[in-house]
Ligand binder design. Structure first.
Ligand SMILES: [Zn+2]
Length: 233
């Protein structure tokens, strides 16, 4: 499955391991190798790196309204980004966490979020929906959502403390161990706000070698993918 809304007005996608590590952990200056990987990747897919905005991931809930003035910048403390400016491309990085893509064809606006269990439970996805409403007048029922490749319940073992924060039906118990369904929890929360069109990429980043996985790779520094969305001019 490709990460696409199949709409001529919007581009979206995510890098893979073959493209190199794209992880930016909210510290400046940005690691030079990571910056080069990102620039090379965006050039490869026909996106001007100078138009890309990077969200600094901290497992938080802050959503930044991105404008033309942010093009090319790395924005600290911003797990959520939204814009209605064409030719500004929103990006976050992820390696097991969910990259979540938002597109409203009615108000012609987009959003991008990074959501691991902390940000998800804290409400980063609801914040994106709310901020798109506040900033652009988007209605939840018009906003389409794609949940990109992330670690699925087959491999996402958690402790009792984490599992307790998920709805009961989103927790699997196998052999006395607990596993949580990030996408199901996300869907439940988004549908609760009125979002109806949600698709989930089937890949598990832990299982699928095309992707980096923080849990599987245990690399230091962490390696990961960049996910992006932008409106076409
Ligand atoms: Zn898995």
């Amino acid at each position: 499955m490709s990460i696409s809304f199949n709409h001529p007005g919007v581009i979206s996608g995510m890098s893979e391991r073959v493209d190199g590590s794209m992880i930016w952990w909210n510290t400046l200056p940005v690691n030079e190798a990571v910056r080069q990987n990102r620039d090379r990747y965006f050039e490869k897919i026909g996106v001007d790196p100078a138009r890309v905005v990077a969200g600094g991931i901290i497992h938080g809930t802050r959503v930044v309204k991105v404008g033309d003035e942010h093009a090319g910048q790395y924005l600290l403390n911003s797990d959520g980004l939204i814009t209605n400016v064409a030719d500004v491309v929103l990006s976050v990085t992820a390696a097991d966490c969910m990259p979540v893509f938002f597109f409203d064809p009615v108000t012609k606006s987009v959003g991008m979020a990074h959501a691991g269990w902390r940000g998800l439970i804290a409400g980063v996805l609801e914040n994106v929906i709310r901020e798109m409403g506040r900033a652009y007048g988007s209605r939840p029922e018009d906003i389409r959502v794609i949940i990109g490749p992330h670690i699925r319940a087959c491999h996402y073992k958690v402790g009792e403390d984490v599992a307790a924060q998920f709805a009961e039906e989103n927790v699997d118990r196998r052999d006395g161990q607990l596993f949580v369904r990030l996408a199901s929890e996300a869907e439940m929360r988004l549908r609760g706000l009125g979002v109806s069109e949600i698709s989930v990429h089937p890949a598990c980043t832990y299982k699928d070698e095309r992707y980096y996985s923080a849990r599987r790779d245990k690399s230091d520094p962490l390696e990961g993918m960049v996910a992006y969305i932008g409106l076409k001019v």
